[in-house]
Design a protein around this ligand. Structure first.
Ligand code: ATR
Length: 281
């Protein structure tokens, strides 16, 4: 139940009906008995700037921003957090007391929090990591791994030029590798992350050989539909610890919730099952 003093947040996207964020934040509002609401805000690209500017006037504490607005948001907010600038996209906005809009990106936080909650063995992060892909998702993963202090990060991408451009835009121990040298990059690695869209429902599977990857390495697929991709299946068969992408989605949301509602919420199995039910329609 909400009162007339309820704090307001939501998610702006177009379309937004597929978003699990209202379900996710609604669960936390209920769990922590917070007087607040989190609503879907379908906003067409041509109305995005006006909708953002209306947030302070409507009394919103802030919003999440999703496809297709995340890059546009970076240029429209009044202040950009350095991590969001490095990733090149804003997914979380806070309305400040004076009405200014502050933009953040919580994907790097979500990626690492999920990794640490699931594997609890950061020693794998003392070894080189291998990141497959060079798109927007790879940027968040790289920001997170560099910030954590992973000693060496190999970026492997079908289009090597994209991996090179990505590598140059970060200050960290990055090495670009050709896809055909993946076997070598995997030797001695502590972590393999898939950030490509391969393996996602409706996309071709990611077909790589894990033969040279140590069996104590962690394999992390940021794809969450399906939950168990063929990469994770192959990793599980050879005994590698695996992490699916749903946890990253849940953990990245914690940061916005804390900024708007004042409580850093927990991710547990009950929440996972609740959001999975929404994902499965
Ligand atoms: P996102 O922002 O979600 O990361 P993106 O920017 O479109 O999405 O990036 C998709 C990633 O998946 C890229 O690394 C892309 O490789 P290219 O840079 O070579 O395009 C990768 N990817 C998509 N389809 C692929 C395929 N069939 N084989 C190999 N890599 C693929």
């Amino acid at each position: 139940m909400i009162s007339g003093k309820a704090r307001l947040a939501g998610v702006m996207g177009w379309p937004v009906s597929h978003s699990q964020s209202p379900r996710l934040h609604g669960f936390w509002l209920d769990r922590y008995a917070i007087d607040g609401a989190y609503v879907p805000l379908p906003v067409e690209p041509e109305n995005f700037e006006a909708a953002l500017r209306a947030l302070p006037k409507l009394g919103f504490a802030g919003v999440n921003v999703t496809v297709p607005h995340k890059e546009a948001a970076l240029g429209l907010v009044d202040e950009v957090d350095p991590v969001a600038r490095q990733i090149g996209a804003v997914n979380t906005i806070v309305v400040k007391e004076d009405g200014a809009l502050a933009g953040f990106n919580t994907d790097a936080f979500g990626f690492m929090e999920n990794l640490l909650q699931t594997c609890k063995t950061p020693p794998v992060l003392d070894r080189p990591a291998v990141v497959l892909g060079a798109g927007g998702a790879a940027r968040a993963v790289l920001a997170s791994l560099i910030d954590f202090g992973v000693p060496e990060i190999h970026i492997v991408n079908r289009t090597i030029e994209r991996a090179e451009a990505l590598s140059q835009s970060f200050d960290g121990p990055l090495r670009v590798q050709d896809w055909k040298n993946l076997d070598q990059a995997l030797e001695g690695a502590g972590l393999l992350v898939n950030t490509t869209s391969l393996g996602m429902t409706g996309k071709p599977p990611l077909e790589i050989s894990l033969g040279t990857l140590p069996t104590d390495a962690v394999v992390y697929d940021i794809v969450y539909s399906p939950l168990k991709t063929s990469l994770l299946e192959a990793a599980e068969v050879r005994g590698n610890m695996t992490i699916d992408g749903l946890g990253m989605l849940l953990h990245q949301a914690r940061s916005g919730f804390e900024k708007w509602f004042g409580t850093l919420p927990e991710v547990d199995d009950e929440l996972r099952q609740h959001v999975l039910k929404g994902l499965n329609g």
